[in-house]
Design a protein around this ligand. Structure first.
Ligand code: ADP
Ligand code: MG
Length: 386
């Protein structure tokens, strides 16, 4: 085995498990405490910065003089620090412009629009924008979101020009609203070529993902072709990507692409649908190793992300009913009766999940409906002031 030394920035459970399993020595940079390390391993808890200079400074401070063969980013916010760190620690280099573009929705869209990738109309939010003009160009409602956000955090809908104060919100992008179902494409890339791609449909946005999606051949070919053009336009030569698309009646529109594994337990669903460990494949891509991908999916999997909303949990019903189901492969509840839950802060915020797999799309849909019906995290009725 080669002498790998990996720096993980933004650790994810499956990634850490895989590195441990392979006995690859690694250090961790996490922005909040998520992982404990074993003896002899190093873990630094420090913020991920949006500025290259600050990240550089952090690497100098946290890993002085240390060398690594590879730097692996596991989360959205760690993509930019990883791009910077690779150069500093002597690791395998990725295209620096790719990292910045993948981190900034405006730059990403400007770049890809130049390659003819179809997408919804967008504008930069800046103090010089004229609200009436913006609405005339984009239509109502206007979507405003942070350029460097993820998981749907900080997204607002502006209904009328009066609602829009140009540039008052920090670095944002403005977009024409798209009313359409969404899907994503997960790719594993090595040697500048896509080795494997999976299409996921967001059966219920932020709550339920179907892996693989069931689409007609023409549409899935169009999605895979768009995915390939985006990856090549961004100069992504290796790693894992998660591309989001809107499936409009007039054809798919590009949403965004992330240079990291997806959230929403899509990785778990991939493992059951395609019968391979996507974290092992991710590590292989990052290390530039070959990986044996399957030709066909063996099951129709889904991930169900549980979050009941804000309130005090009064009961959890249907656990055993769900566990009785043959198709249920993973089930975890992270909530207790009596717990006070805040409003959901983003798609990464959950109180548990179920991953299931079925032999047919119909059985998958039925199992999804059953879980939705039976598994209930009940909230106490809010107290009403008299
Ligand atoms: N222009 C838009 N029209 C309709 N829905 C949108 C639009 N932009 C974002 N959304 C919704 O918000 C979600 C999150 O937005 P996205 O651009 O993917 O940012 P991120 O995932 O980085 O927070 C999308 O998956 C989609 O459901
Ligand atoms: Mg997104």
């Amino acid at each position: 085995m080669k002498d790998y030394r990996v720096l993980v920035i933004g650790p994810r459970r499956g990634l850490i498990d895989e590195l441990r399993e392979r006995h690859i020595p690694f250090s961790i940079w996490q922005n909040r405490h998520v992982f404990n390390v074993s003896a002899g391993q190093k873990s630094v808890i420090a913020p991920f910065w949006n500025s290259a200079e600050k990240n550089r400074e952090q690497v100098r401070k946290s890993f002085p003089g240390q060398r690594f063969t590879h730097v692996i980013a596991g989360t959205e916010a760690s993509v930019l620090p990883a791009t910077v760190a690779r150069r500093q620690v002597g690791a395998r280099l990725a295209n620096a412009a790719t990292g910045t573009r993948c981190r900034d929705k405006l730059h990403m869209k400007q770049h890809l629009a130049g390659f003819g990738i179809p997408m919804t109309r967008f504008l930069e939010d800046s103090p010089s924008q004229d609200p009436k003009q913006v609405f005339a160009e984009l239509g109502a409602p206007v979507v405003r979101k942070y350029r460097k956000s993820s998981g749907g955090r900080g997204l607002t809908l502006l209904e009328r020009p009066q609602d829009y104060l140009p540039g008052d919100h920090g670095d944002c992008i403005l977009e024409r609203y798209i009313n359409a179902p969404e899907a994503s494409v997960e790719s594993f890339i090595n040697n500048g070529a896509i080795q494997f791609a999976n299409i996921t449909s967001y059966h219920s946005k932020g709550y339920c993902n179907f892996v693989p999606a069931v689409l007609d051949k023409a549409l899935s070919d169009t999605l895979l072709a768009m995915n390939e053009r985006v990856i090549s336009a961004l100069g992504i030569v290796w790693g894992m990507t998660h591309l989001e698309v809107y499936l409009t009646e007039n054809g798919p529109l590009f949403g965004e692409v992330a240079l990291r594994p997806p959230g929403g337990y899509i990785m778990n669903a991939i493992s059951h649908a395609w019968d391979f460990n996507p974290w092992a494949a991710f590590v292989a891509m990052e290390l530039g190793e070959a990986f044996n991908f399957p030709e066909h999916a063996s099951q129709f999997a889904a991930s169900e992300v549980l979050y009941p909303g804000a309130g005090v949990v009064s009961a959890v019903r249907g656990k055993s009913r769900v566990l009785d189901e043959q198709g249920v492969r993973e089930f975890r509840l992270k909530v207790k009766v009596g717990e006070l839950l805040p409003a959901r802060t983003g798609f990464g915020h959950d109180t548990g999940y179920v991953v299931h797999a079925s032999a047919s799309p119909e059985e998958r849909l039925a199992l999804h409906e059953l879980i939705k019906r039976e598994l209930i995290i009940e909230l106490a009725a809010p107290e009403v002031a008299d």
